[in-house]
Design a protein around this ligand. Structure first.
Ligand SMILES: Cc1ncc(COP(=O)(O)O)c(C=O)c1O
Length: 485
């Protein structure tokens, strides 16, 4: 039985502005979904679809209950939940109004610039950018099989709006996979799908800001785009120095921060793991300060000399939110990632995500789950590790042979070899000189142990092994040109 409050619907005479609403709210008493949840959904949809704009006064709970033929308690509870979710504002003694979702608070710009990469004006013969794995090696056949299987097997209801954390099946498979591959302590309930690490970090940051967090420590040097992501979410990134052991955790006390963003398995961009002592110190600091650590595990699947260090999250699942994605393992274009976070933080982030995006894709995560289930994902990773380990060896040797002033740093992991160059080199000039020779490469100025350096990230994910030595030779020519200038 559909009962609607609609314009022109015959009914009791209406009085007062709040009764004049052009609403189309429906509840179905024969449906399994509780009436309160139906009403919440209906109002949420009306807000999302722009039928209820910010500031609009809703009917009183009594009037709406009468209109819908439900008890007043149902409406009171729905309004309460929607207010907690940020959709409505309840004013004591006045009308409940549709909330205005506040724009994010922007902190002052901070931190180093993004890596200098010359504009790809001319087609480049050598792509040494560190941003993805080998897209030519994308497992098209396995992915195609998985997505086809999901499309064929998903019943019609599965194509509707679903759990905003992503489909349960995908969360279950992922939680188990993250447990066995990265040591993450995950359950389907503490796991949510995202559109990638960046989106996960942004949403978690927004949830932290909503509960009063203001300042978040970020690694210096660090992954510059995430500073902007955090600022956009309303947090002020506070740079904290990195050295050979990773983030200098002892500096956190003086930083006055409420949270930390860190890349513990493979610090971006210096390529070294957080030392065991600092891992322990970081989670101790977080639990003593009631702070949250955001763990960016962007490339934790790729370690070539030994078993990868497990996730930091396992040391303190109540204080660490773990983020990962398939951007390095499959392709950035899929925009599939995940978050494993303490329940209250995950709930808050999920609510914000629902407001911001209306939900989470279901089919692609289910295809990923199918690939994991079939063993295709692990097989793909094993093959990639072999290819990347060989490429990495070529790059490292080429740097030793052809770039004698350069110092390769970092562990055998990930998709690039970070190389420290003499300090005085101009990063933009170097990226441009490399580009003139047909080499695309990321160059970033860094301060390590109080000294300035130029850091070149020689990515080997996108460049076939056969061209790598030649590319490093051309890069060496570019370094010589800029050093002589
Ligand atoms: C350190 C780091 N974190 C996160 C990302 C982005 O991940 P995603 O594509 O999953 O948002 C990258 C991409 O290069 C990265 O280098």
């Amino acid at each position: 039985v559909d009962e609607q409050l609609a314009p022109g619907r015959p009914g009791p005479p209406r009085s007062g502005r709040t009764r004049e609403l052009d609403l189309l709210l429906a509840v179905d008493r024969s449906a399994a979904t509780p009436l309160r949840a139906q009403l919440e959904d209906a109002i949420r949809s009306a807000v999302r679809e722009g039928r209820l704009v910010a500031g609009t006064a809703l009917p009183s709970t009594r009037a709406l209950a009468a209109e819908l033929g439900v008890s007043r308690g149902v409406v009171v509870e729905a309004f309460g939940q929607l207010a907690a979710d940020g959709f409505l504002q309840i004013h004591r003694g006045g009308a409940t109004r549709v909330a205005h979702v506040p724009p994010p608070v922007h902190g002052p710009p901070s931190g180093p610039t993004a890596p200098a990469t010359a504009p790809p004006a001319a087609p480049s013969a050598f792509d040494l950018l560190p941003m993805s794995g080998d897209l030519v090696g994308f497992p098209r056949r396995a992915w195609g099989r998985a997505i086809r299987g999901v499309v064929d097997a998903t019943p019609a209801p599965g194509l509707s709006y679903g759990d905003p954390r992503g489909p349960e099946r995908a969360r279950t498979v992922l939680a188990a996979y993250l447990g066995r591959s990265r040591g993450v302590l995950a359950t389907p309930d503490t796991t949510a799908l995202t559109a990638g690490v960046t989106e996960g970090i942004g949403t978690l940051a927004r949830a932290l800001a909503a509960t009063g967090a203001r300042r978040i420590a970020v690694e210096d040097p660090g992954f510059a785009p995430h500073r902007r992501t955090l600022q956009d979410a309303g947090l002020l990134p506070v740079p904290v120095a990195v050295d050979a052991g990773g983030l200098r955790v002892e500096l956190l006390d003086g930083a006055g921060v409420d949270a930390v963003l860190v890349t513990p398995a493979h610090q971006a961009p210096t390529g070294r793991p957080l030392s065991p002592e600092r891992r322990t110190a970081l989670v101790r600091w977080a639990s003593e300060h009631g702070a949250v650590v955001l763990e960016d595990d962007y490339d934790g699947e790729f370690r070539y000399d030994r078993q990868a260090v497990g996730a930091l999250q396992a040391l303190a699942p109540d204080h660490v939110a773990y983020c990962g994605s398939v951007s390095k393992t499959l392709a950035p274009a899929l925009r599939i990632g995940w978050v494993v976070a303490p329940a209250p933080l995950l709930d808050a982030a999920t609510r914000l995500r629902l407001i911001a995006t209306g939900g989470t894709a279901a089919l692609e995560p289910l295809a990923l789950a199918a690939m994991i289930d079939d063993g295709d994902y692990d097989r793909h990773l094993r093959g990639r590790r072999r290819v990347y380990a060989a490429r990495r060896r070529v790059v490292e040797q080429a740097v030793l042979d052809l770039l004698p002033d350069g110092e390769p740093i970092g562990i055998p992991a990930g998709l690039s070899v970070p190389v420290l160059l003499p300090p005085a080199l101009d990063p933009v000039g170097l990226a441009a000189a490399a580009h003139r020779r047909g080499v695309l490469v990321a160059v970033v100025p860094v301060v390590l142990d109080g000294r300035e350096h130029t850091l070149v990230q020689i990515g080997f994910g996108r460049q076939a092994e056969s061209g790598l030595r030649r590319a490093v030779g051309l890069l060496a020519d570019a370094v010589a040109e800029v050093a002589a200038a």
